[in-house]
Design a protein around this ligand. Structure first.
Ligand SMILES: Nc1ncnc2c1ncn2[C@@H]1O[C@H](COP(=O)(O)OP(=O)(O)OP(=O)(O)O)[C@@H](O)[C@H]1O
Length: 237
C-alpha cells in the first residue's frame, strides 16, 4: 500500500533521506524510530507529496505520488503531532468541515457522530467547542476523519507525544483497530515501548538511512532498547 523505492531527499547539500526502501502492507503497522534529524518526518512528507523527492519514488497503492498527488492523498490520512482544529467550532462541526474538504460524500450528522464515537470521543464532547479539547480529544477528531474517509493508509507523525499514558494507550488501541480493519499504518514515534507493543515491524533510522528493520514479535522491549542505543552509536565506545 505504501512503498518507498530508493527514496532520496536532499536539502541543499544535506542528504536528509538516503535511498530508502520500505513497504507497508495493508493490515500492518510499521514504526519508524530514530534520533532527531534521522529523516523520519521527511519520509512522511514525501508520501504526502508535501516534498518532491530528489531521487527514487514514494508510491501509494502502486501509484507514484508525483504522478497523482491528489488521488494518492485521497487514500491517506495524516495525523501530525498537533491536530489543528477551529476552536470556535465543535468537534462535530470540525469533522464536517474536514470531511467536506476531503470530498467525503456521506457527511450526515448521524454518520459523522458514529465516526467520532468509533474514534473514542464521548458523545457529550462532540457538540462542545474544540477550543476546550485536550490533545487526546483533538487526535480523536483526526482519527474520526480517517474512519469517515475509509483511509487505506495512515501516516502518523509522533501522534502521541505529550499525551498522558492512558490517552496514549487509548490512541494506540484505536490505531490497532484501524490496522485490523485493513489499513496500512506508518507511524513515526520516539516511544520504543509502544512501537514494540503495536508495531508489526520497527525500522531504526539514523542520518537519513534505514539501518535496521526488526519484526516486533521477535524482540523484547529491553532488546529493542539495546538495539536502538547500539544503532544510534551511543554504545559504540
Ligand atoms: N525543509 C527543510 N529544509 C532544510 N532542511 C530540512 C528541512 N526539513 C528537514 N530538514 C533536515 O533534514 C534532516 C531530517 O529531518 P527530519 O525532520 O526528517 O528528521 P526526523 O527524523 O523527523 O527528526 P525529529 O525526530 O526531530 O522529528 C534534518 O537534518 C533536518 O534539519
Amino acid at each position: 500500500m505504501l512503498e518507498a523505492i530508493a527514496l532520496t531527499k536532499d536539502f541543499g547539500t544535506h542528504r536528509a533521506l538516503d535511498g530508502l526502501d520500505l513497504r507497508v502492507d495493508p493490515g500492518e503497522i510499521v514504526c519508524l524510530l530514530g534520533a532527531n534529524g534521522a529523516g523520519k518526518t521527511t519520509t512522511v512528507n514525501l508520501f504526502l507529496g508535501f516534498l518532491e523527492p530528489t531521487a527514487g519514488e514514494a508510491r501509494v497503492d502502486g501509484v507514484d505520488v508525483r504522478a497523482d498527488p491528489v488521488g494518492t492523498k485521497r487514500k491517506l490520512l495524516y495525523v501530525p503531532e498537533q491536530i489543528a482544529l477551529f476552536g470556535e467550532l465543535s468537534g462535530l462541526e470540525n469533522l464536517a468541515y474536514f470531511a467536506a474538504l476531503a470530498g467525503i460524500a456521506d457527511r450526515s450528522s448521524t454518520r459523522l457522530r458514529d465516526c467520532l464515537a468509533q474514534a473514542g470521543l464521548e458523545p457529550a464532547a462532540m457538540d462542545r467547542r474544540a477550543a476546550g479539547y485536550s490533545k487526546g480529544m483533538r487526535q480523536k477528531v483526526g482519527l474520526a476523519l480517517a474512519i469517515a474517509k475509509r483511509a487505506r493508509a495512515l501516516l502518523l507523525d509522533e501522534p502521541t507525544s505529550g499525551l498522558d499514558p492512558q490517552a496514549s494507550a487509548e490512541f494506540h488501541d484505536l490505531i490497532v483497530r484501524q490496522r485490523d480493519a485493513g489499513a496500512a499504518v506508518l507511524m513515526v514515534t520516539h516511544d520504543l515501548f509502544r512501537a514494540r507493543e503495536v508495531g508489526t515491524r520497527i525500522g531504526l533510522m539514523r542520518e537519513g538511512r534505514l539501518r535496521r528493520m526488526i519484526n516486533a514479535a521477535d524482540i523484547t522491549a529491553t532488546q529493542l532498547e539495546a538495539l536502538y542505543l547500539e544503532e544510534m552509536g551511543r554504545m559504540a565506545a
